[in-house]
Ligand binder design. Structure first.
Ligand code: ADP
Ligand code: NA
Length: 351
């Protein structure tokens, strides 16, 4: 039985990923390589759903890919690529958009949230149809999309159904995976079984990280203040300072209590995720020692994790040609799978 396939993407919308991205998603990408046939994608088509600067997008796409490699995504074991280099993403999105009800698309809560921030009339149609493009990103890599010979109508090789299909998601993306499953089912029903309905998959050890200054809201590129967010590519000095100044509470006890000690609980979560020690072990270790020593040790842990990642990223960015070759290789591999899927889709749709 083939290893389950996994597809995941991340937007190149910043000059660095942050600690929340790392502990909530990207570290799991690296771990999933052990058990999965992985496709990882820097989704630059998604990044133009809001107003953008072309030079910044180009830079962020490269720096995002370099960080993923530096974190341990291995281009020999996984398929790492840039979405715009595989044109089938946009093509399948069009087909799927013709299967999506306007009312159905209108119910996507993430669009409502994002559009509300911009003023509803300023939001683009691309932002509205973003979840359909996301469905295409996923379904292009559906295992065994039938084996129809294009133009012949001949259906050789039905799926054996042996390869599972996983999409790692945070809670905020659940609705989009549901839409993807609905679209896969609808396509299969209308045109013949083609896609595996992907399963939302919450990887082990994924942690939700909150803002260091506002520990009841999520650490976020768009909403956190500079003091509330730790960038993966930040220098160790400022990183250490931010942790030492992280908001805690007026108590002294290093104890996990989401409701009354949200700040300390967040720091415990970060420590536990990076060290592998359980929260209970950490509470016992720091009993009576106050917040200072705990924060100092946590700062060591965070800088120790990210310093080698920063150094490897900078090295990868130094050799543009080598990075381009890695991404071209990934795009070629992804493109092969995507082209095979689209052959079947085109044939079944009647193109
Ligand atoms: P997108 O807009 O593509 O969701 P984000 O930058 O919001 O991009 O998130 C990228 C990934 O990082 C997603 O998988 C998201 O769930 C995860 N993520 C973002 N912020 C956090 C956080 N504070 N804690 C845990 N995971 C996070
Ligand atoms: Na976001």
């Amino acid at each position: 039985v083939a290893a389950p396939r996994v597809l995941s993407g991340i937007q190149p919308t910043a000059d660095s990923f942050h600690l929340g991205n790392y502990l909530g998603a990207l570290r799991q990408w690296v771990a999933l390589q052990e058990t999965h046939d992985a496709f990882y994608c820097v989704v630059d088509l998604h990044a133009i759903t809001v107003e953008h600067d072309p030079a910044a997008l180009r830079r962020r796409t490269r720096v995002s890919a370099a960080q993923l490699l530096a974190m341990g995504v291995d281009p020999d074991r996984s398929t790492l690529f840039v979405q715009s280099q595989v044109p089938e993403h946009a093509e399948l999105a069009w087909v799927l958009s013709c299967l999506t009800g306007f009312g159905e698309a209108s119910r996507m809560t993430q669009f409502k949230d994002k559009a509300a921030k911009q003023g509803a009339s300023a939001a683009s149609v691309g932002l509205f149809t973003y979840p359909i493009l996301q469905a295409a990103d996923i379904l292009l890599y559906s295992p065994e999309p039938g084996a129809a010979k294009p133009g012949t109508g001949e259906r050789t090789g039905e799926r054996t159904g042996e390869q599972a299909f996983h999409v790692p998601v945070g809670e905020d993306q659940r609705q989009h995976v549901e839409l993807t499953r609905d679209l896969a089912g609808r396509f299969n029903h209308r045109f013949g079984t083609t896609f595996v309905e992907p399963e939302a998959y919450i990887p082990r050890g994924a942690a939700k990280i909150t803002d260091l200054q506002d520990p009841t809201s999520k650490m976020s590129k768009s909403a956190s203040s500079p003091q509330g967010i730790i960038d993966v590519l930040e220098e160790p000095g400022p990183m250490r300072k931010k942790i030492m100044r992280a908001v805690t509470d007026t108590g002294t006890e290093v104890r996990f209590d989401e409701e009354n000690k949200a700040g300390v609980s967040n720091l415990l979560r970060i420590h536990s995720a990076l060290s592998g020690d359980t929260v209970a072990d950490l509470e016992a270790r720091y009993a009576g020692s106050g917040y200072g020593q705990f924060k100092k040790d946590l700062a060591e842990l965070v800088t120790g994790t990210f310093t080698p990642i920063r150094e490897r990223t900078l090295k990868l960015l130094d050799d543009e040609d080598a990075l381009d070759r890695i991404l071209a290789h990934g795009a070629a591999r992804a493109g092969e799978v995507a082209a095979r899927t689209m052959d079947v889709v085109r044939d079944r749709v009647g193109f």
